[in-house]
Design a protein around this ligand. Structure first.
Ligand code: SR1
Ligand code: MG
Length: 444
């Protein structure tokens, strides 16, 4: 695989396909999945790892903890420290080897992490080592961090969450776009990321297409059929979904995380990190923030399945506050960057400020366009997590199927309204008001 890559100057030991003593295992470096038994032997002479764990591999212990849909994930510990080793498998773990998947997604995850680290320092785990052939990334062990989805199910709060992720979405959206980048770099990087086609195909299929007909891999909660019937027979909505898919396939506005749900975020009470950008792609600037808000809405609508009346209303309002504050932080940071870092291809100062002309109207237009796309993506993600292959624990962990179906119905019907009304809902307060309304509705 030959890929032109010329965006960031990377430390030598972190470059793709690094050679010499920092080499994994067999002489040809032929891909082989790690196991807890082979891991220390295979990684034991890599300097950037022994720097953290020490050279005595007998003192290392490893555990495979991957609970995602795609990869192996090991926590490797020694008396000296700990690291995470993530390795892609040549198939979709959730399904098995009947669904092959290319190993090069590790390349895209690694390079997206490097760009995110440069564009929003401190937002992602530190990377210690990358091996392209082994599809392997060694990174910082985040502890005592917990997956955000688990915290939202448990009713826990994270201070600074809204600001951190609003800033992350704004900084990565802006600094990876034509508002910041010059032509040659943007075009080269866009071309590089076209190589992540198999993961984009997963999103095109599982998110934008399968939910809207009886696709083989779909499943949904018993009792939900009447609502599913409404969605799958709403031709106007299906056209709107495909219009959003056209934006996904064709609008290479910025480099996105591509899978920014609450399972791709790890937090303590007061620190937040973003992980797992293997779905990195160039697409609409509203995509990441829309998917994030969607997962917050799913946390919101599922709450009656997780806690009693004494805590319920307060925690649901906290989630709506989180959505409001995240989007406010996003817009504020995007606006700051527009005013201070607009050095790319689009809306150059030479055409506006240098002529004594304000670019504020153009900013308003850009923010309106991002909000519209974010709301559309939000609605679609609310559908796919309940109707397509990969569901989320927010609803799946509600054992009472009748309760789960009633809550899911609210979520699905609000998703429909978001897709249809994405151009009319012009502020985040209106979006949250809509959620309060659907939270009172009975559809089944
Ligand atoms: C086959 S992969 C299913 C889902 O898991 C990932 O986390 C993405 O969300 C993808 O859509
Ligand atoms: Mg993931």
């Amino acid at each position: 695989m030959i890929i032109v890559f010329a965006i960031l100057e990377l430390p030598r030991n972190l470059q793709a396909g690094n050679t010499g003593e920092d080499r994994v295992t067999n002489q040809q470096n032929v891909y082989e999945p790690l196991t807890v038994e082979t891991l220390s032997t295979r990684l034991g002479d890599i300097g950037s790892i022994t720097d953290r764990l020490g050279p005595d591999t007998d003192s290392w212990s490893s555990e495979e903890v991957g609970d995602g849909n795609l990869n192996l994930v090991f926590i490797v510990k020694s008396p000296a420290g700990a690291v995470i080793v993530k390795q892609a498998l040549p198939y979709v773990r959730l399904v098995g080897d009947s669904w092959p998947l290319p190993l090069n997604r590790a390349f895209f995850e690694y390079h997206t992490l490097m760009r995110q680290a440069a564009r929003d320092p401190g937002s992602v785990p530190e990377i210690f080592y990358f091996d392209d052939d082994q599809a392997l990334i060694v990174m910082e062990f985040l502890t005592p961090h917990v997956i955000l989805r688990k915290m939202l199910i448990a009713g826990e709060k994270v201070s600074g969450l809204a600001e951190t992720l609003g800033n992350f979405c704004a900084r990565t959206a802006f600094r990876g776009s034509d508002l910041s980048m010059v032509t040659a770099k943007k075009k080269a990087d866009t071309a590089t990321y076209q190589g992540n086609s198999e993961l984009m195909a997963i999103t095109e299929t599982l998110i934008f297409t399968d939910p809207y007909f009886e696709a083989d891999r779909n499943h949904h909660t018993e009792g939900l059929d009447p609502v599913v019937h409404v969605l799958r027979n709403d031709v106007v909505m299906k056209v709107a979904v495909q219009e959003m898919l056209l934006k996904f396939t064709a609008n290479a506005e910025t480099l996105l995380h591509g899978d920014l749900h609450s399972g791709s975020i790890m937090c303590t009470e007061n620190e937040t990190k973003v992980i797992d950008p293997e779905f990195g792609f160039y697409g609409p600037m509203g995509f990441d923030v829309g998917m994030l808000i969607s997962n917050y809405f799913m946390a919101y609508f599922s709450q009656p399945g997780h806690r009693g009346a004494d805590e319920l209303a307060g925690y649901q309002e906290w989630i709506l506050g989180l959505i409001t504050d995240t989007y406010s932080a996003f817009e504020a940071e995007f606006t700051r960057l527009w005013k201070t870092e607009r050095t790319g291809i689009l809306f150059p100062h030479s055409m506006f400020e240098d002529q004594g002309h304000s670019a504020d109207n153009a900013l308003d237009g850009m923010l309106g366009h991002i909000l519209c796309d974010a709301i559309g993506i939000c609605g679609i993600e609310m559908h796919r997590r309940l109707l397509s292959l990969a569901h989320n624990a927010d609803f799946e962990e509600i054992d009472d199927v009748a309760i789960r179906a009633r809550l899911e119905a609210r979520n699905l019907m609000m998703g429909r309204e978001l897709i249809l009304q994405r151009g009319e809902i012009n502020n985040i307060g209106a979006l949250c008001a809509l959620a309060r309304k659907y939270n009172e509705e009975t559809f089944l």
